[in-house]
Write a protein that binds this ligand. Structure first.
Ligand code: GAR
Length: 204
């Protein structure tokens, strides 16, 4: 069986992309293969990571298009050109339209740096999520990988992992621990699980 063709959509540093690349090399991801990395920013370091791993890259810069529709159509073209079957949002800082999302129903997953349904939804991304967790005073946070539907961070949960908050944590130290102890572990595992399910044609 051919591996599922995966595109990873990124916007920044791409540490989650790196975790996926490493997991593919280590054989943790074997039912899928990263065929394309698309960045919403031309200067994202994630693009370097993809190039270093010999993965094809594309830039979908929304500022280069006059409408959201045109931007998303260009994105769809690059995905279709490569025959992409599974999209992984790994720090992709752009809310896709309901039309785009319905096109990739149960074929698009996202990693979010909290235990959904806490600290998620519109406005909760990157460091803001950890700032909110610390401000609330929760003692446990974590990460979630979920399918993407039309509700921001509202799709069916695939995997979650808890991370303890420590005395003296700052948003930055917490972000790093959540990445190391949760995101970089469950994202590759979830990608393998969903890829396997796609190959088996079973219900997800
Ligand atoms: C990650 O922590 C990811 O969970 C978060 O952005 C960071 C990207 O880091 N995503 C969201 O907040 C989405 N709502 P990376 O570019 O190093 O992978």
């Amino acid at each position: 069986m051919n591996p599922v063709k995966i595109a990873v959509l990124v916007s920044g540093g791409g540490t989650n992309l790196q975790a996926l690349i490493d997991a593919q090399k280590a054989g943790i991801i074997k039912s899928g293969e990263i065929n394309l990395v698309v960045s919403s920013s031309p200067t994202a370091y994630a693009l370097e990571r993809a190039k270093n791993a010999g993965i094809e890259t594309a830039v979908a810069n929304k500022h280069a298009y006059s409408t959201r529709k045109e931007f998303e159509e260009a994105l769809i073209s690059s995905l279709e050109e490569k025959g992409i079957e599974l999209i992984v949002l790994a720090g992709f800082m752009y809310i896709l339209s309901p039309e785009f999302i319905s096109r990739y129903k149960e074929r698009m997953i996202n990693v979010h740096p909290s235990l959904i349904p806490s600290f998620c939804g519109d406005g909760f991304y990157g460091l803001r999520v950890h700032e909110a967790a610390l401000a609330y005073g929760v003692k446990v946070t974590g990460a979630t990988v979920h399918f993407v539907n039309e509700i921001t961070d509202g799709g069916k949960i695939i995997m979650q992992k808890a991370v303890e908050i420590q005395e003296g944590d700052t948003p930055e130290t917490l972000q790093k621990r959540v990445m190391q102890e949760a995101e970089w572990i469950i994202l590759p595992q979830a990608v393998e699980k969903v890829s396997k399910d796609i190959i088996n044609g079973g219900t997800i």
